[in-house]
Ligand binder design. Sequence first.
Ligand code: SF4
Ligand code: SF4
Length: 490
Amino acid sequence: MSGARARSPRAAPSPRPLPTPTVRGAQGGERAWSPPGVHVLAKPTGAICNLGCSYCFFLDKESLYEGDRFRMSDEMLETYIRSLIEAHRTPQVTVAWQGGEPTMMGLAFYRKAMALQERYRKPGMTFLNTMQTNGTLLTDEWCEFLAEHDFLVGISIDGPRELHDAFRVNKRGKGTFDDVMRGLRLLQKHGVEYNVLTTVNRVNGDHPLEVYAFLRDEARTDWMQFIPVVERVDAHGAPADLRGSYASERSVGPEQFGAFLTTVFDEWVRHDVGRLYVQTFEAAARNWAGMAQSGMCVFNETCGLGLALEHNGDLYSCDHFVDPEYLVGNIGEHSIEDLVASRQQYRFGQDKRDSLPRYCLDCDVRFACHGECPKNRFGMTPDGEPGLNYLCAGFKDFFHHVDVPMKIMVELMRRGLAASEVMGVLAREGQPLVDRWNAAAAAAGDRPLAAGDEPDLLPVGLGVPRAPVTERGRRAAGRTRRQDAGSDAG
Ligand code: SF4
Ligand code: SF4
């Protein structure tokens, strides 16, 4: 299927920066916007972690608060829960715990958090607590607590032992695979809902099928996300966070990441649709279907509703922008609602769209990519304009590659059929189907495809809607909905 030219069904005109609007807030003050909810990643231990993963960009963040104990106080915890609830006009509030390593706060801290949620809960309000952990400190007692309070746990695993241990090491440099798998098995034993987060780096990036098969068959997850490792460094290779113009040697390469995604996609689209959820593919399908939100902030047109809270109450524009320049304020002094509604935060989210280089504005897969995350935009376009995403080449390859299967899935769903039917369609029709579609797209030239341009995609027998997926798929779909409720809606 490679070489397919993707065509945006929504070739939008070039966006231009808009003036910041002003709305009146509940307390009468002026606000740049008034979102009904917000996603805050709380880091009660700041950047502190019990491991020493080589590529962890959080480790540098310790220097932001030199000499600090990196523990959220009980007073700050109460301020946080109260303010987070006040910032929501939605029936469900996601409370996201992250780090560093959030389990280092100990169970007593989270028991207090549960009690505070009850104390400040508005009538009818429910909570979804999520936790991203390396899993190494989990115990039976931890997992009983997580199950009792219906936590959704994200566990970080980079693949089978030799790939995971390449960078995920403890403070003594020893691989952590066994410790993480022990934590995962405990989650499974106690029936805790979990996802797997895999960072794709220079080493495991060359082994997409090995990683995918491991996560599916051995980690037995049905919901996975792949996050590219992009560490910015200066010309000498020293960490330079948001100001580096180069990628470190550990970072995944642009084409390497594209090949990783396309290889996993080909396996998924032939065998696992509706059974396993891969966040990047879900987001792509939503963008192909023209939905307002992809479910992943990086693939949305704008962002700004996913902020990061440090242990001392400092609220930053995003977890990827924990930097003095992007400090929005402290929740001990201002409500979360006011900080989110500030012009600074609004502009931060709109700049994701407004700062795109011309090359992206003209890109045929901008509707799916949107220039990805601004953190990774330290490349140069072919005509010398700064601000191109470092991973651009990989995204272009990937989005072009998935174009036809995505269109098939969207068409299936439009007809009330299950997207998983795509597996049968591709198995029966294969490359000739893709070729027919591409020929129609090429014949249409630059104009959008119209009815009649497109080949008959679906075999005649496919006309009866049916229950889409296995029990495993239904569970994962439910998790996607829960995760969406908690992801950056920006
Ligand atoms: S897209 Fe925006 S909200 Fe998402 S990670 Fe990047 S900067 Fe943060
Ligand atoms: S980063 Fe590359 S693939 Fe993404 S919108 Fe820009 S030009 Fe297109």
